[in-house]
Design a protein around this ligand. Structure first.
Ligand SMILES: Cc1ncc(COP(=O)(O)O)c(C=O)c1O
Length: 383
């Protein structure tokens, strides 16, 4: 084997030894695992509106398959521009810009906007794409303690008013803990220190807010933030994302964001699906209502079983069972639960810091209450 392949193999062996080797797996069992919180990805009721978007909209012309180029070249169309205006209206902003994924949108915003001399303050539990974007920018970057307003304020005091712009980066719902950022207080702090708030709504898009418009809109804060990222691969059940904000923000990204400029645009079918999904949510507000009922039931039932202390505090579809004993213990517990027919996964270090290994349970509006009950009873026996 060549030296470079040996080096790769050694890295994999190291992962194997620390029980952190990632493998592509086929999943089965009752879905307590996917980000398809509202079941839209498999919902037959969306097929008709999806086809309607394509065949009844006179702007949906030309493309049968791929977008044929970047948005700045052959990949633009009146349909996409109209879709972006639809999304901007939904999210309550001047404009919106589509990206192929939330990963691309986050790296675009953070790598293109903050400049040398600026400062990025990001929550320590921010998603990899936000950290990656910050790393690609020429600004200085510092983390603050998770959801900790005092630490954020201390860092704002240290870094604002020094000549550069300060950007604060948070998620509405954290993907690894399911907890929610104290957004109203963060908005106030940022305003007090002239900092610009960037909010990732990946795990709240489609669930919170009227018509699935997210938490910022739900709280009436959509005009108070500098940029918001909405993703369509989770509760919306499709893929792609958009950045929503001022028109000048969108025009800037069109000119300077490399993950927007140097890539083939989203195919029109994907855009059509996203619009069909939001139209479906508009007509079906009970979809998220059912999800919140299940979240409520889950939290009540862990209290009844007296196992609430084993879970992190969360009022979102993401529920985390803390596991003592590192990667091996987390993997063993997950695999026992998988063996009993539940599709869920352990979250291991290095994805989370060592000592914070856990089982991630995602709730969906289609999970039966009896399925939730029996899962929790299994967990009760195991812990
Ligand atoms: C908080 C957060 N932001 C962004 C992303 C990336 O979104 P996408 O899957 O659309 O690339 C994810 C996906 O895991 C996420 O959890």
């Amino acid at each position: 084997m060549s030296a470079i392949l040996t080096r790769l193999e050694n890295a994999l062996c190291e992962r194997e030894q620390t029980h952190s080797l990632r493998r592509l797996q086929l999943t089965q069992g009752i879905d307590f695992f996917s980000n398809d919180y509202l079941g839209l990805a498999t919902n037959g009721a969306l097929v008709e509106p999806f086809l309607q978007q394509q065949y009844a909209n006179p702007l949906f012309v030309g493309q049968k398959h791929g977008a044929t180029g970047s948005r700045l070249l052959s990949g633009n169309s009146a349909y996409v521009l109209q879709a972006e205006q639809y999304l901007a209206n939904l999210f309550g902003t001047e404009n919106a810009l589509l990206f192929n994924s939330g990963y691309a949108a986050n790296t675009a915003v953070l790598s293109a906007i903050p400049q040398k001399g600026d400062v990025i303050l990001y929550d320590e539990r921010s998603h990899a794409s936000l950290k990656e974007g910050a790393r690609l920018s020429f600004a200085s970057r510092f983390s603050f303690k998770h959801n900790d307003l005092q630490d954020l304020e201390a860092k704002l005091l240290r870094h604002s008013g020094k000549g550069g712009e300060v950007f604060v980066v948070v998620e509405t719902v954290y993907s690894m803990d399911g907890d929610i950022a104290p957004l109203p207080d963060m908005v106030k702090l940022c305003q007090a220190h002239q900092a610009h708030l960037i909010v990732d709504e990946a795990h709240s898009t489609g669930i919170w807010g009227r018509e699935g418009a997210g938490l910022l809109r739900d709280l009436g804060l959509e005009k108070e933030v500098f940029a918001a990222v909405y993703t369509f691969g989770k509760a919306i059940g499709g893929h792609g994302a958009c950045v929503a904000g001022a028109d000048v923000l969108v025009q800037y990204l069109v000119n300077f964001a490399r993950p927007f400029i140097y890539t083939t645009a989203m195919p029109l079918q994907s855009v059509a699906y996203v619009l069909a999904a939001f139209e479906y949510l508009k007509a079906t507000p009970q979809a998220s209502g059912q999800l919140f009922e299940r979240i409520h039931f889950f939290r009540e039932y862990i209290n009844t079983l007296d196992i609430a202390a084993h879970f992190t505090e969360s009022n979102s579809p993401i529920q985390m069972l803390k596991v003592q004993g590192g990667n091996e213990a987390a993997r063993t517990l997950a695999s026992n639960l998988q063996g009993k027919g539940y599709n869920l996964r352990a979250v291991l270090s290095p994805t989370v810091p060592e000592g914070h290994e856990r089982i991630r349970i995602c709730l969906h509006n289609f999970n039966g209450l009896s399925e939730i009950k029996t899962l929790l009873e299994e967990i009760n026996r195991a812990v």
